[in-house]
Design a protein around this ligand. Structure first.
Ligand code: UDX
Length: 462
């Protein structure tokens, strides 16, 4: 689409991800997609904690990796003090980013436009820096559209007198967010108490300000109605251009853990659709009792399984080998189970042997499994994961929720429902249909394809 009268000068792009796996992957995919559109003279990734940037330069030749802080100053992990950590990280990064952007602007070639900044709203300091320097900025939210919509609806619910302790385990539908129930909201009672402060801080709802647009790794075929409603709430354009890993298949992930590719050789030996792949993402953690229940549920299900036990998955296990498990468990499962510390997930999910995914339902895992037609056992932990679970199980109907605490009988039952019974076969069929719809979204003239072209035009024009 050519828009008459727009400037067509090269421009540098600055990407500012939040240094968590589920946030870095889609940001790198977005950078790769925009690079393929050929409108940037260079792309800089201003980052905090990554593996050594030199590790990535060879696999990402279009990107310049620019650390903002030493890794000691930039740690971010899940836990009760997450908001404090985030707030420190934001204050620590502000001056280095400002300095970097000032340098870039100073060294601009005569024919170049001012750089455009695309940032993760968890890195909310970026917007104040961009505003201060009068640079165009665009927000990239790495969770689903419905999650952001819920942050618009929550203040209204609060005004209507709902109180967190009474209502937040309730199965009652949230007015205006059907089919979400109160228990699906990504909000803790403590946050609800201080909703205004929280909204101001990290949700980006009140921080849209002078941003030029919001980007999502989502699709019309998944969230058409939430997209339309969010567009009514926001004054700026919204672009849903997913599934990004399909639009940028060559974008190798920047993995914060080393991928163990031996599991692909193990998968090659398994029957079609027989394996349940188990991964709870990069942040969620379980205790020792829960991991034992997971282990025995998997063992008793009699299905082959590929299980990611990353360092830190079991609370307090960072410093010891995470692949500890009792000997009698190992003897029971033998070759039927493959356990790794980190897997090449997209390749695993696309493998013909994988017939189901037990997931925490982070948004990336959700999009990745939907786009290859693999049905899901959902065990959400926090934030948007409960919303994704509700959509997987009740809207797209390609998965089931493991509702109770971890009990081996429930785990075994859920695996058998998904992998063996007719119910699972029906979900697999619906997942195959949804996969086709996601493929259609990126075809020429379809929603994600058009949205991407519109985004490129906007970036050229702002
Ligand atoms: C976080 C939040 O927890 C999630 O709720 C939010 O939607 C995104 O940010 P995370 O917990 O890491 O994400 O989950 P997810 O969004 O699923 O992202 C994990 C990424 O790591 C995926 O891209 C997945 O492919 C990758 N991964 C995971 C691997 O490559 N190998 C693994 O073994 C596990």
């Amino acid at each position: 689409m050519e828009i008459q009268g727009l400037r067509r000068r090269p421009r540098r792009l600055m990407l500012v991800p939040c240094a968590m796996q589920g946030h870095i992957n889609p940001m790198i995919q977005l950078g790769t997609i925009l690079h393929s559109k050929g409108c940037f003279s260079s792309i800089t990734v201003a980052h905090t904690q990554l593996n050594s940037p030199s590790d990535h330069t060879s696999s990402h030749p279009y990107f310049i990796f620019q650390p903002l802080l030493s890794s000691d100053d930039s740690s971010l992990s899940s836990g009760t003090d997450f908001i404090d950590q985030l707030s420190n990280l934001n204050s620590n990064c502000e001056a280095p980013l400002q300095e970097l952007l000032i340098q870039i602007v100073k060294n601009l070639e005569q024919h170049e436009d001012l750089p455009c900044v695309i940032y993760d709203p968890l890195m909310y300091y970026v917007k104040s820096v961009a505003d201060h320097l009068k640079l165009p900025s665009i927000m990239f939210r790495t969770s689903c559209v419905t999650n952001m919509l819920s942050w618009y609806v929550c203040p209204r619910i609060k005004k209507q007198g709902y109180t967190p302790f009474r209502d937040f385990k309730s199965l009652e539908l949230v007015p205006g967010l059907d089919p979400l129930r109160f228990k699906d909201l990504p909000i803790l009672p403590s946050i609800f108490e201080n909703l205004d402060a929280y909204l101001q801080l990290v949700t980006s709802v009140q921080n849209i300000g002078t941003s030029s647009a919001i980007i999502f790794n989502s699709m019309d075929c998944l969230e058409q109605s939430s997209l339309a409603r969010l567009q009514q709430e926001c004054q700026i354009p919204i672009f849903a251009i997913g599934p990004m890993h399909k639009l940028a298949p060559e974008a190798t992930s920047i993995s914060l853990h080393e991928e163990d590719r031996s599991c692909i050789t193990w998968l090659d030996k398994q029957a079609t659709n027989s394996v349940i792949y188990v991964s709870l993402g990069s942040i969620a953690s379980v205790n020792e009792k829960e991991i034992a229940e997971m282990a025995w549920g998997l063992a008793n299900s009699n299905q082959p399984f590929l299980w990611v036990i990353r360092p830190g998955l079991v609370c307090g296990s960072e410093s010891k080998d995470p692949l500890f498990l009792p000997d009698d468990f190992k003897q029971t499962v033998g070759e039927r189970g493959c356990i790794v510390k980190w897997a090449p997930q997209k390749q695993v999910l696309a493998h013909k042997a994988v017939g189901g995914f037990w997931s925490h339902c982070g948004w990336n895992s959700t999009v990745e499994s939907i786009s290859v037609g693999v049905p899901v056992i959902c065990k959400p932990f926090f934030g948007d994961q409960q919303i994704n679970t509700r959509y997987i199980s009740h809207v797209w109907r390609v998965g089931i929720e493991l509702e109770n605490d971890f009990e081996r009988e429930d785990v075994e039952r859920a695996i058998r429902r998904l992998m063996v019974e007719n119910e699972g076969e029906e979900m697999r069929q619906r997942a195959a249909d949804l996969k086709l719809k996601t493929e259609f979204c990126i075809q020429k003239g379809s929603s994600s394809y058009n949205s991407l072209n519109d985004l490129v035009e906007l970036i050229k024009s702002v």
